[in-house]
Write a protein that binds this ligand. Structure first.
Ligand code: MN
Length: 216
């Protein structure tokens, strides 16, 4: 088995009342676990068990990559990041700092304007997918986009954007349905309360200084 389910960096209930414990438990222990298992099965079936770097796997995806490797590889990576990008209220800076804050203000005028654009992208994603804040590889600027299913902006061979994500939001119904039912906009709005801005800043600074995404 190549890839392993990472531990959640906090308790299931740590993000209450914004994200409930039952959702976190199912999301991590059932959904993320299934992506990891199915990814390993798909790689074994395709004789690719020497694959060990998930970022390389995503960046090298092409139209000929199997749906099972694309969906489950993306699912494993996206969720591994998602857990890191959240934290209990009060345990990180409440907003972006340093160079990331300056870059957001240069691009959108204010952090709240960036959040509005991000919320729009998250709300507008039809069906299942993710919203992203990231650094474009073509011009080094921050941008916002959304992707379908478990695609990630690093999958330049199969998605429209070529971007290194520094923050992402899961808008699959499994991420919010138990608590918010069909109210995706409310989930998006309240999720900002648990964003781990210290980690987002670290993702931004690492990519800007090293030219590579933070390794998992
Ligand atoms: Mn999910």
């Amino acid at each position: 088995m190549t890839f392993k389910l990472p531990d959640l960096p906090y308790d299931y209930a740590a993000l209450e009342p914004y994200i409930d414990a039952q959702t976190m438990q199912l999301h991590h222990d059932a959904h993320h676990d299934a992506y990891v298992k199915k990814l390993n099965e798909a790689l074994a079936k395709e004789n690719k068990t020497d694959t060990s770097d998930i970022i390389d796997l995503l960046q090298s995806m092409s139209k000929s990559t199997s749906a099972s490797v694309r969906n489950n590889g993306g699912g494993h990576y996206n969720h591994s990041l998602f857990w890191k990008w959240m934290t209990p209220v009060g345990s990180s800076n409440p907003g972006p700092t340093g160079d990331l804050k300056s870059a957001i203000e240069a691009r959108w005028g204010s952090v709240s304007e960036m959040q509005s654009k991000f919320n729009e992208a998250a709300a507008a994603r039809f069906g299942s997918g993710w919203a992203w804040l990231g650094v474009r590889k073509d011009n080094g600027e921050l941008d916002i986009c959304s992707t379908a299913n478990q695609d990630n902006p690093l999958m330049k061979g199969v998605v429209e954007v070529d971007m290194v994500p520094v923050l992402g939001l899961d808008v699959w119904e499994h991420a919010y349905y138990l608590k918010y039912q069909n109210r995706r906009a409310e989930y998006i709005q309240r999720w900002w309360n648990v964003v781990n801005w210290d980690t987002v800043v670290q993702f931004y600074d690492t990519y800007v200084s090293k030219g590579k995404p933070v390794p998992l």
